[in-house]
Design a protein around this ligand. Structure first.
Ligand code: IVH
Length: 669
């Protein structure tokens, strides 16, 4: 393929993929199968790799999210991000409409009704039809620049569709985590015994602030837009502007409607109070805005919020029900969680029988007694939570609920985790739910990926004595498995195939699979990269571990403790004997090339593909030198986002070329 042909093919693929992203993520009307989409994406990836001269930071291939970014830069908002006055009563919304009419001396007023999305607000800046910056609300005056993370949200156009957009504008909206993704994420976290997100709002906000855009991409954020700012806007009213925004490729809620009287406003509220439950994303109310921009200007702002808008908040649904008993459940790490088992009650369309009480402090806070009547709420939350106790209905002679002091599974005295409200069963190697929990974790899809061993099978394997730790998996045979009840040849074969294939799983996933307390997926990756093999990991002191990026004292201590236990050392030796991968592949030679021979670099700003240290390393490995400050001897400045202004000025004055990370990576390609 000639360079010219490649250029054309790349352009065509990018346009097509942009179009299919829009059809799939914004319109929800895909025209091609996922497989066809993947094939096109792979083709584009390989062409971009072969012809790096046509690189483009807005290419659809960039939406997968790159490596770590180092913190976020802060910027001042062009227009402050205010909040909205809010109310829970329809009458007050009616009063608002009346106030607006009075304020406008009885002019005709059209009100736009729209959803209040329950996520985290975002401000996008577009210039010449291209996304240049995404900023969080922050304190309303200044926010964090989260462009790299926002670029992974596929329903946000990196390049606008349609026509008629101003040269520069700001678009405000809400980043949300759809219910489906929220449930998936929490199920995953529950399995890994990581703290659950209380609601999609917290999950969206937390996700947006992750320092790892690749992880952000995986979580499935979405975004809806509700306010356009700037000069030369397409229309003189909010509604038409939002329709224009929609035509440029953004998601704007279909619920957005023009309303002309109080009656229409009231009907709108009554309709959406119910209908919102069918929406794929969490909403916590409605927003009413004066449509005409001229009228908005006339009404102006109070110090905190616009006088031309009001939020009507939905009442969170709660129900009153009796506590039958509190059960205590033990997880893989031994943490004991109290669960309120309730008299079944209908709440927001589902029957609630259980609600987590999280930890002992919550039981104390509400002073819950046996058989109390409890208020259960499901607001923006999917996991019902206990929000209060109805003391007037407390039964006589009932005792306060006591947190267990002994493990409900094995009877061992519990220990309280220092600095936390949780209790833990220390009998790591004798307590059944901990053992089977670790086996289930080990075989999980993101760990060793051994298919066919769920909760039931792992319990059966334990009960029959076939498995008492993760290394026993490698002593299984088809014959042994066939002795299990209800176990067919095909299931046995499938497990054995999975066990065999798991030996090739990369070291970083093995580290994660071991269930070392506090070592989650991201930490495991860092460890594996930092130590390269299990022998070094087992031999490292707390201080040495803490020298690895992002490994703090608590994690370091937990790793040292894990490998100090003889049982764990034996397990590692048995995994080694079975042929499990316990080191990173040999790479990382001392030098990669001499392409940068004799060149001196100064690094400045925040990067998205590699960390600064990684860039320094790459410079040296390719024969170049790093310097701390710009001088006549500097050959290049490698600049990320938000390069320091003094450096920029100096480099410009000395005529030193400023290159971005993509240019740099192309240089050493
Ligand atoms: S309008 C000046 N419209 O609610 C305009 N806000 O309490 C102010 N929100 O921070 C925002 N859906 O994050 C507006 N349809 C909507 C909204 C909405 C959700 C959020 C937004 C804002 C907060 C205000």
């Amino acid at each position: 393929m000639t360079e010219r042909e490649a250029e054309i093919a790349i352009k065509e693929l990018r346009d097509e993929l942009d179009r299919h992203n829009y059809l799939y993520y914004v319109k929800a009307q895909p025209e091609i199968s996922d497989k066809e989409y993947d094939i096109m994406m792979k083709r584009l990836e390989s062409l971009e790799k072969e012809f790096p001269q046509f690189e483009d930071p807005l290419s659809p291939t960039r939406r997968v999210g790159s490596d770590l970014t180092k913190g976020f830069a802060q910027v001042r908002h062009l227009y402050p991000m205010l909040s909205l006055g809010n109310t829970y009563s329809i009458e007050e919304v009616d009063d608002f409409v009346g106030r607006v009419r009075d304020g406008l001396m009885g002019q005709d007023v059209t009100i736009v009704g729209e959803m209040k999305f329950d996520g985290t607000s975002i401000s996008l800046i577009y210039e010449d039809g291209v996304l240049v910056r995404a900023v969080t609300r922050g304190d309303g005056e200044h926010g964090d620049v989260v462009t790299e993370n926002v670029k992974t949200i596929k329903s946000i156009p990196l390049r606008l569709r349609g026509e008629g957009w101003p040269q520069k504008f700001e678009l405000r909206g809400e980043i949300v985590l759809p219910w489906k993704e929220f449930d998936r994420l929490n199920a995953e976290r529950q399995f890994q015994e990581e703290p659950l997100f209380a609601n999609p709002r917290n999950a969206a906000a937390g996700t947006l602030k992750l320092l790892n855009p690749a992880e952000v991409a995986r979580r499935g954020l979405d975004a809806y837009f509700y306010y356009l700012l700037g000069e030369n806007l397409p229309a003189d009213n909010h509604y038409d502007n939002m329709m224009a925004v929609k035509s440029w490729g953004f998601k704007v809620s279909d619920a957005m409607t023009r309303l002309h009287s109080r009656e229409e406003v009231d009907d709108y509220i009554n309709y959406w109070d119910k209908a919102r439950k069918e929406l794929p994303v969490a909403t916590d109310g409605l927003v009413f805005k004066v449509n005409s921009l001229r009228q908005q200007l006339n009404l102006g702002f109070t110090s905190k919020s616009p006088r031309w808008a009001i939020a009507y908040k939905f009442q969170a649904e709660r129900a009153l029900t009796e506590l039958k008993f509190v059960s205590f459940e033990v997880g893989r790490m031994g943490i004991v969680t109290p669960v309120a088992n309730l008299e079944p009650v209908l709440l927001s369309g589902t029957i609630v029988k259980r609600a987590s009480l999280h930890n002992e402090d919550i039981i104390r806070k509400f002073d819950i007694h046996e058989h109390d009547m409890l208020y259960v709420e499901k607001g923006g939350e999917i996991i019902p939570k206990i929000v209060d106790v109805e003391l007037t209905q407390r039964k006589e002679n009932t005792q306060p609920v006591q947190f267990v002091r002994f493990c409900p599974s094995c009877g061992t005295p519990l220990v309280r985790i220092e600095g936390e409200a949780s209790w833990m069963c220390p009998n790591k190697y004798g307590c059944i739910p901990q053992i089977t929990g670790r086996v289930e974790h080990f075989v999980g899809r993101r760990m060793m990926n051994i298919d066919g061993i769920g909760e039931e099978t792992s319990e059966a394997l334990f009960a029959t004595g076939l498995i008492s730790d993760i290394a026993d998996l490698y002593d299984l045979t088809e014959e042994k498995l066939l002795k299990l009840e209800h176990f067919g040849r095909r299931s046995a074969e499938r497990i054995m195939e999975g066990v065999e294939a798991s030996k090739k799983v990369p070291f970083e996933r093995v580290v994660y699979a071991l269930s070392i307390p506090f070592v989650g997926e991201t930490v495991a990756k860092k460890l594996a990269k930092g130590v390269r093999n299990i022998d070094r990991l087992m031999a490292m002191s707390k201080e040495e571990l803490e020298a690895i990026e992002d490994i703090g004292p608590r994690i370091a201590e937990s790793i040292v403790e894990y490998f100090a236990a003889p049982v764990n050392r034996t397990i590692i030796e048995r995994l080694r004997a079975a042929g499990v991968t316990l080191s990173m592949p040999d790479e990382d030679p001392a030098t990669l090339s001499d392409k940068l021979e004799g060149k001196t670099f100064v690094i400045s700003g925040v990067f998205s593909k590699h960390s600064r240290d990684e860039y320094k390393n790459l410079i040296e490995k390719n024969g170049g030198k790093n310097a701390g400050s710009i001088s006549k001897k500097t050959d290049y400045v490698l600049a990320g986002e938000n390069m320091g202004p003094s450096k920029l000025e100096k480099a410009t004055k000395l005529g030193i070329p400023i290159i971005d990370e993509d240019k740099f990576l192309a240089m050493i390609e």
